[in-house]
Design a protein around this ligand. Structure first.
Ligand code: SF4
Length: 489
């Protein structure tokens, strides 16, 4: 396969050559105004999902729900919407659809009326045995309302033989495989849980200004706390279930014998917001260190280090510092290009990357340029950006990537193409370089990535992260995939 043989759709859909985080979640207990705070938190987590958003609140008497397609600012722009969500407890969700098409019925939080009362759940991650569970649940008479994997939680809780909410919830999470960071709301409690390997992030915070001493926040990332004026308390641990009710915060470890962190290493590379702190590590500083490792591993003589914005910026700063080559903003990204604008014709779609990125000729012309990007997916964007930088007068273009080659698909909540569509799966680094049209191409090694995160060198006995998209070492069974119950993209 060559880049020139890729179809028009593959080449040109502006967002088709990036990874997408699947979701962000927020939970609030208790304030005067849970809906507004939840919306603020979701807004800060917008990078984790831009296709739909929803909030469920409980006012002590009944549940209220609003869900819609679009950005948080669009779904909750009308003050009457927030006013229609009264109550001091709430959960919210941003969605990027990886399982289930983007339809309103798939927008979370999902809600059900159970014999113990209302229950809402919001899920970040992806289950790897959801289809198998769904087949069995449907045989038992469960009627699925959506096509998302997350709905299995609702049905597993509904049919559980345990009597109380917490036992039912734990019964459900013990049956699923995959990655999940969950927030759930009943009339009596807010529940937060991470899967036994803690693949996706989830943190606990506190609202210091609330009149209620017992006011807490749960969110995907610390950047959501900043937007709410909340204080960081701690990361929720892999396999931990946190219960927040009128008596305070309790912690349960239902998987006590079976937890060891395999947090997604790509959250540090690309997905998390750079101002977030995960596992006591600043995401921004981690990216700078990855850039410094990249400079050590794949040094090249050049005049200027240029990031592919926005995600390549911290790694490029780290690369420039480590290599003593000046950092310049040689590519400017427009934040105001929407999908709608570029969709009408093939010709306009062809302009996709150029509409999103423009070169700053003043710092590129006549220079040997090191371009820094976070990853290569299909390679179509890299090819166009290299072309643009050459057209702006660069004498050499050396592409450096702040992650190892992405050779494998993610099944744990990141939207990636099928393996055969990943450029690094089908091509050597030399072949990729030639196809992209760079003078040289270098990736940080897996060991370099681990060094940047100040972890022991990765080894099979003691891998600290999920790095399956680089190594193919999947830490959680891919049951649906292996049974061919899911279609490749
Ligand atoms: S496969 Fe890659 S993107 Fe997916 S969880 Fe693992 S490291 Fe993260």
């Amino acid at each position: 396969m060559t880049l020139s043989s890729l179809s028009s759709h593959e080449l040109d859909f502006i967002d088709d050559d990036e990874f997408h985080e699947e979701c962000g979640v927020v939970g609030i207990w208790t304030t005067q105004d849970a809906a507004s705070l939840t919306a603020l938190g979701l807004h800060a987590l917008q990078h984790r999902g831009q296709e739909a958003s929803g909030i469920v609140t409980y006012d002590g008497n009944q549940f209220h729900t609003h869900r819609g397609l679009g950005l948080v600012g669009e779904v909750f722009d009308d003050p009457r919407v927030i006013a229609s969500l009264p109550g001091g407890m709430g959960i919210g969700h941003n969605r990027y659809a990886t399982t289930g098409e983007t339809q309103l019925r798939n927008v979370q939080p999902l809600y059900g009326d159970f014999e113990f009362g209302g229950f809402a759940v919001a899920h970040n991650g992806n289950l790897t045995n959801a289809q198998l569970l769904k087949q069995s649940l449907v045989r038992r008479g469960c009627l699925f309302q959506s096509s998302t994997d997350s709905e299995v939680f609702i049905h597993l809780i509904a049919i559980s033989l345990y009597s109380n909410v917490i036992d039912r919830f734990i019964d459900a999470i013990k049956q699923v495989q995959g990655a999940y960071s969950l927030v759930a709301l009943s009339k009596d409690m807010l529940i937060a849980a991470r899967d036994p390997l803690g693949v996706r992030p989830l943190i606990l915070g506190k609202l210091p200004y609330s009149q209620d001493e017992n006011s807490w926040v749960v969110a995907s990332e610390t950047c959501a706390l900043s937007s709410m004026g909340a204080d960081f308390v701690r990361d929720i641990e892999p396999g931990e279930v946190i219960i927040i009710d009128h008596d305070g915060v309790r912690s349960i470890h239902p998987f006590a014998d079976n937890t060891s962190s395999r947090f997604c290493i790509f959250e540090y590379v690309y997905f998390a917001r750079p101002d977030s702190v995960i596992e006591n590590k600043s995401v921004y500083m981690a990216r700078k260190k990855i850039g410094a490792e990249l400079a050590k591993e794949s040094h090249v003589e050049a005049d200027v280090v240029v990031p592919v914005p926005d995600s390549g910026v911290p790694a490029a700063i780290g690369y420039a510092e480590a290599s003593n080559i000046p950092f310049e903003l040689g590519i400017i990204r427009s934040h105001y290009i929407g999908r709608t604008f570029i969709e009408p014709t093939d010709q306009i779609r062809n302009l996709g990357v150029k509409l999103k990125h423009a070169t700053n000729r003043a710092v590129i012309n006549g220079k040997r340029v090191i371009l820094i990007d976070d990853s290569i997916v299909r390679g179509t964007t890299s090819k166009k950006i290299v072309e643009m930088v050459r057209a702006a007068g660069a004498t050499e273009v050396h592409l450096r990537i702040a992650s190892p080659p992405t050779q494998h698909s993610c099944f744990y909540g990141i939207d990636t193409p099928a393996e055969e569509k990943l450029l690094a799966h089908t091509h050597s680094i030399d072949e990729m370089c030639k196809l992209i049209g760079a003078d040289s191409l270098g990736f940080v090694s897996a060991d370099g990535l681990y060094r940047a995160l100040q972890e022991d060198k990765r080894n099979n006995q003691n891998p600290q992260y999920c790095d399956a998209c680089f190594t193919g070492d999947y830490p959680i069974p891919l049951t649906d995939h292996d049974m061919q119950l899911v279609k490749s993209k």
